[in-house]
Design a binder for this molecule. Structure first.
Ligand code: NAP
Ligand code: ZN
Ligand code: ZN
Length: 347
């Protein structure tokens, strides 16, 4: 048995997204049915909808920054009740048994986690994401949105928030530490807010000074344009940690030169093309080049609680579903301030 719900889908990688309907399963024992209120647009939605990362499953209903309200629960659900404010991020299932799942790193499930969309569930059915009016998710992959956060600004935390919180915490954004964030987009603006709240001295490295006033308001202490060659001279050897949130290939060698000895350049951006790197830029100064993928479920809850405690939501531009394709173009042109969020009532 299924329920038909309205959604926005890409019919193919070459076609714009359009209104359609999809089927949602009836709640099983451990499922919650979520009435979706808001869905963020992540650059990953665009990479996937246009097959920039390789072959994808169509029709595709993107959206892995979901915030809504519980409408029904299965008989075995213990964490949630009808009316609770909840979120769903990039995963809706994993094996729950492997070493990584048991350690709370479901994003690195050794048998592969199940993506919120562009994936196939353990029941063999394709998954559809948040650009829709309802979703059914196992309670183990459902997050609680704390009371202090409104749902619209909380939605982007489910991907942009956790993807920046996890590496900032792991690599030591803290008082006395200098952290740079490359790219002031959806992930980047959350990284600035989070690193500032963690007590670090924060520098934004953006392509231009166009968004400087915003960056400083978000919590940055310094703001530089990477289009200016002088920036790389002035900031050489400055940072303990640099977080790259850039969606396109970058000259990582140049950014490694901005690290202190033993510093770490942590990349979360997922460009469609590879980069090349002269490894001497790593050897000199014992530098670290690291990656990071979202975060586990427990850490995502920790991040939401941290954001509520520090009153951190995303800066959003609320749009109607009919504006999704236009929003995609603006994201691609780095013209987002700082996350598009779809009001799903308009689907
Ligand atoms: P976004 O909102 O488009 O932000 C990316 C920012 O990168 C832009 O705002 C721009 O900032 C900068 N940028 C774009 N093109 C550039 C270029 N050619 N050179 C230098 N800087 C450039 O995207 P997002 O949603 O934050 O996602 C960022 C990337 O992270 C995407 O590739 C996405 O797929 C990936 N991602 C990864 C994970 C993970 O788990 N690792 C999770 C979510 C997303 P300025 O205008 O300030 O320069
Ligand atoms: Zn995302
Ligand atoms: Zn697993």
């Amino acid at each position: 048995m299924t329920t038909t719900v309205a959604a926005y889908a890409a019919p193919s990688s070459k076609a714009p997204l359009e209104r359609t309907t999809i089927e949602r399963r009836d709640v099983r024992e451990h499922d919650v049915l979520i009435d979706i209120k808001f869905a963020g647009i992540c650059h990953s939605d665009i990479h996937q909808a246009r097959e920039g990362w390789g072959e994808a499953i169509f029709p595709m209903v993107p959206g892995h920054e979901i915030a809504g309200v519980v409408e029904a629960v299965g008989s075995g659900v213990t964490k949630f009740k009808v009316g609770d404010r909840v979120g769903v991020g990039c995963m809706v299932d994993s094996c729950r048994e492997c070493e990584n799942c048991l350690a709370g790193n479901e994003q690195h499930c050794l048998r592969g986690n199940v993506g919120t969309y562009n994936a196939v569930g353990h029941d063999g059915e394709p998954t559809y994401g948040g650009y829709s009016q309802k979703v059914v998710v196992d309670e183990a992959f459902t997050l609680r949105i704390p009371d202090g956060l409104s749902l619209d600004v909380a939605a982007p935390l489910l991907c942009a928030g956790i993807t920046t919180y996890s590496p900032l915490k792991r690599w030591g954004a803290a008082p006395g530490r200098k952290v740079a964030v490359i790219g002031l987009g959806g992930l980047g603006h959350m990284a600035v807010k989070l690193a500032h709240a963690m007590g670090a001295e924060v520098t934004v490295l953006s392509q231009s000074l166009r968004k400087k006033d915003d960056g400083l308001k978000l919590g940055a202490d310094h703001y530089y344009a990477t289009s200016d060659e002088q920036t790389f001279k002035d900031l050489a050897g400055s940072f303990d940690v640099i977080l790259s949130t850039v969606s396109a290939p970058l000259n990582f060698g140049a950014y490694l030169s901005l690290l202190k000895t033993n510093g770490a350049l942590v990349n979360v951006g997922a460009p469609e093309e590879p980069i090349s790197l002269n490894l001497f830029s790593l050897i000199g100064g014992n530098k670290v080049l690291a990656g990071s993928a979202i975060g586990g479920i427990a850490e995502t809850q920790e991040m939401l609680d941290f954001c509520a405690e520090h009153n951190l939501g995303a800066e959003i531009e609320l749009i109607e579903a009919s504006q999704i394709n236009e929003a995609y173009e603006r994201v691609i042109n780095s013209d987002v301030r700082y996350r598009f969020v779809i009001d799903t009532a308009t689907i």
